[in-house]
Design a protein. Structure first.
Length: 539
């Protein structure tokens, strides 16, 4: 790496002759692949945007000039050449740098971007603030990786086209989100008409350019003014995510179960906002293409689309990551629950998710779904629980949310543990298995473990039985303690006059960083050893 060895700051990049930028780009891609933890989708997006990244930092005076990346999957090369090369090997590890742009890491990351379709709205804030404060700088947003399908991006473009502000929107068109892009813009390619109708000057390069060619184009665009869009075609390697375990995952189980049910239920349809492969739905999409809908990164539309299907007699299953369900909260309340429509939400990756960190942890779904009338919430612990949950949801005629974690399904089934008199544990969903492991480490006391499948409404008969056999209760849940199951159990006890000691272990009232699942469980006290230690403290 004869060029990269002399690159210590982004200013060193700007001192290079333009003609050797393609060679630097090649070295940066090699460095990224050699030094980062495996995250194929992130590396593929960053490799596709590598030439653009080098050209942007070569042409603009970042961080004075504001550069905002959408989604953040494209930003690995950006991190390497903006003061984080020496730390890049720690990417997505406990205590290391984030896999996404983060304001706490570097002034080169002016806005955090873990979710999608936010860059143009954020840029509007920076450009308006810059005008008010008289700051002389350029404002650039790079949107791509499927993010233009998000409604928020359309809203921001509609706003920007009337302002006349000096902003450059770069559409990094590589044809991908997590899976292939969907929607009319991607299929028709009518970008020019779309952007010019919103008041933007439009230019495009439909053949891939190298970093030197991009820098030459950007120098021209830099000197222009007003709202403008540059669409470029980049080549992103088509790489499938590699699973870190050969064990059967919840996502596999869900996909298989939906296929089985669709074979006998012609009204069952599946909707997902750009999470086909991640949520185990590839087989369903192939077997039932007329009943499968990937709507792109458009969570609000996915939910209300599901509501419309339900209102006309279909059996929609909306498969959505827990963290992305937050983006459609109003639609869940108004369009589904208020009308009591039988939409079944499968909340994938509920709980902690590991290296993707706080923007992707599914920590809040129990807390934000609990107050919604008509909506029932289930947390299966086993494959049999999942089948029972789908039976309840699809046969109920009501809205249901079924939450399950990322990763492997525990091989064990629910087992009988003798009733305890010293302590009873109420474990939510898959936390049941971890709680059982914790109890097996303890010989001193009589402890019982009970799984909570029904989060809302809570199984009140189970609670009465638990309060009858034990004076102390411990609730274990992989979700926010504030507003979670622990809170609900406390309210039940208060309503019915129980004076039991009720303790809880869950995700604490702070954003949990990125790291391995093992490290995160230890951090929040949800691994078996930590739970056993907490039991000893209580008793």
């Amino acid at each position: 790496m004869k060029i990269l060895k002399d690159i210590h700051t982004v200013d060193d990049v700007r001192k290079l002759p333009r003609e050797i930028l393609p060679e630097l780009t090649t070295e940066l891609i090699q460095f990224m692949k050699e030094s980062t933890r495996s995250k194929a989708g992130h590396m593929a997006s960053s490799e596709g945007a590598a030439s653009l990244t080098v050209a942007l930092h070569y042409t603009f005076q970042t961080p004075k000039d504001i550069l905002i990346w959408d989604v953040g999957h494209q930003a690995y090369i950006h991190k390497i050449i903006t003061d984080r090369m020496h730390r890049f090997g720690s990417n997505r590890t406990w205590g290391g740098i984030s896999g996404f742009p983060s304001r706490s890491e570097s002034p080169f990351d002016p806005f955090g971007t873990g979710h999608s379709s936010t860059s143009i709205s954020a840029l509007a804030g920076f450009s308006t603030s810059g005008e008010i404060q008289g700051r002389k700088r350029k404002h650039i947003a790079v949107i791509g990786d499927g993010a233009l399908t998000g409604g928020m991006a359309f809203e921001a473009l509609n706003h920007f086209g009337t302002t006349g502000q000096d902003v450059l929107i770069i559409l990094n068109d590589n044809g991908f989100s997590i899976d292939r892009n969907t929607g009319a813009l991607a299929e028709t390619g009518s970008y020019k008409n779309f952007f010019t109708s919103l008041g933007f000057k439009y230019s495009e390069d439909t053949s891939p350019l190298d970093a030197a060619q991009m820098a030459e184009r950007l120098e021209v665009l830099r000197e222009q003014s007003g709202p403008r869009v540059w669409r470029i075609r980049t080549e992103r390697p088509e790489i499938m995510e590699r699973r870190g375990s050969n064990e059967r995952a919840w996502q596999d189980l869900v996909g298989e179960e939906l296929v089985r049910r669709a074979e006998v239920d012609p009204k069952l349809v599946v909707i997902t906002p750009a999470m086909t492969s991640g949520s185990g739905l590839l087989e369903f999409s192939k077997r039932f293409p007329e009943r499968f809908f990937d709507v792109g990164i458009a969570e609000q539309h996915a939910v209300t689309f599901s509501a419309g299907l339900a209102a006309d007699g279909m059996h929609p299953v909306c498969v959505i990551y827990s963290t992305f369900a937050q983006r459609a909260y109003d639609q869940i309340i108004h369009d589904v629950a208020l009308q009591n429509l039988p939409v079944t939400f499968l909340l994938d990756r509920s709980g902690l998710v590991g290296e993707d960190g706080p923007t992707h942890h599914g920590a809040f779904d129990i807390a934000f779904l609990q107050p919604i009338p008509n909506l029932q919430i289930l947390a299966p612990a086993t494959p049999m629980d999942l089948k029972e949950s789908l039976d309840m949801a699809l046969g109920s005629g009501q809205p249901f949310a079924i939450r399950y974690p990322r990763g492997p399904v525990h091989k064990g089934e629910v087992k009988g543990i003798p009733p305890g008199s010293d302590l009873s544990i109420l474990a939510v969903g898959p936390m049941y298995h971890t709680a059982c492991e914790a109890v097996e480490m303890i010989d001193e006391w009589d402890i019982s473990v009970h799984r909570i499948l029904r989060i809302k409404p809570l199984d009140e008969q189970l609670l009465r039985e638990v309060f009858l056999i034990s004076g102390t209760v411990l609730v274990v849940e992989e979700g926010s303690q504030r507003g979670g199951v622990h809170s609900e159990v406390l309210q039940f006890a208060a309503r019915h006059g129980y004076s039991h000691r009720i303790e809880g272990i869950g995700i604490p009232d702070r954003f949990i960083p990125h790291g391995s699942m093992e490290a995160l469980y230890q951090e929040v006290g949800l691994d078996a050893e930590s739970i056993s230690r907490r039991i000893r403290e209580i008793l």
